[in-house]
Design a protein around this ligand. Structure first.
Ligand SMILES: [Fe+2]
Length: 240
């Protein structure tokens, strides 16, 4: 069963992900070896941290496309951004400097770990009000959502999308995050699992990090939805 990794910082020289073309190609090889056959590249769009990443990410994407065409023609690549939510972000989405995922209405949105609950709530309302479908990046990591299961349910009911990181189930972000990951999983409050891969060592692009858990707790059909099908629907701008 192939994997679709929809959240990745593999593009080099853009943000805190891969630093060199060599590292980017090695990450691609690691993902391919792990079974990934489709990737959406999502460099940070956080102007205060990384400046304008539009041009740099496009150049790195084209470089990766050329590499893949030659070495792994069965690998599919898509381009997006991971929006670090801030006040001016709607303008950035409207003028195109921040990309949606593969040109769809889906926006991958990230907040600092310690973000206040009401800030997440207001941000999601604002994006939905503007006609976008927010995908909440690594939902398991926000402490302010640990006791807001009711809001996560409501967010999903309204069409919001929940993404979790594959490696969090192994405890890569600590015990509390691991617990929240399992809780959301058990309650069916997740649409898409991705790696959020940043490098080859501490945050590798390995979807298989959660494979063992999935095999024990999920049907093959369910696994396919979480690790392939729902991401494909996002790329096609279809409803999940
Ligand atoms: Fe990320």
């Amino acid at each position: 069963m192939p994997y679709f990794d929809m959240h990745s910082h593999m593009l080099c020289g853009v943000d805190d992900g891969a630093k060199t073309p060599e590292e980017m190609f090695s990450m691609l090889e690691m993902a391919y070896e792990d079974g990934t056959r489709a990737l959406c590249l999502t460099p940070h769009y956080s102007p205060y941290l990384f400046g304008d990443t539009y041009e740099k990410s496009l150049r790195a994407f084209e470089q990766l496309q050329r590499y893949v065409a030659e070495k792994h023609p069965d690998m599919r690549l898509f381009l997006g951004h991971e929006l670090g939510y801030h006040h001016g972000c709607l303008e950035a989405l409207e003028n195109g400097s921040c990309r949606t995922l593969a040109g769809s209405r889906y926006v991958l949105v990230d907040f600092p770990e310690g973000v206040d609950f009401f800030e997440i709530q207001a941000a999601m309302d604002r994006l939905m009000g503007a006609g976008y479908t927010p995908i909440l990046a690594h939902t398991e990591r926000y402490r302010s959502l640990f006791k807001r299961i009711d809001w996560i349910e409501e967010f999903m009911d309204r069409g919001g999308v929940v993404q979790m990181n594959a490696s969090s189930v192994q405890g890569s972000w600590g015990l509390a995050v691991k617990r929240q990951w399992k809780k959301l999983f058990r309650l069916g409050l997740v649409h898409i699992l991705s790696t959020d891969g940043h490098n080859l060592t501490t945050r590798p692009p390995k979807m298989s990090a959660c494979a063992e858990y999935l095999k024990k707790h999920c049907s093959p059909e369910g696994i396919r939805m979480l690790t392939w099908e729902n991401a494909c629907r996002v790329m096609r701008n279809e409803r999940i």
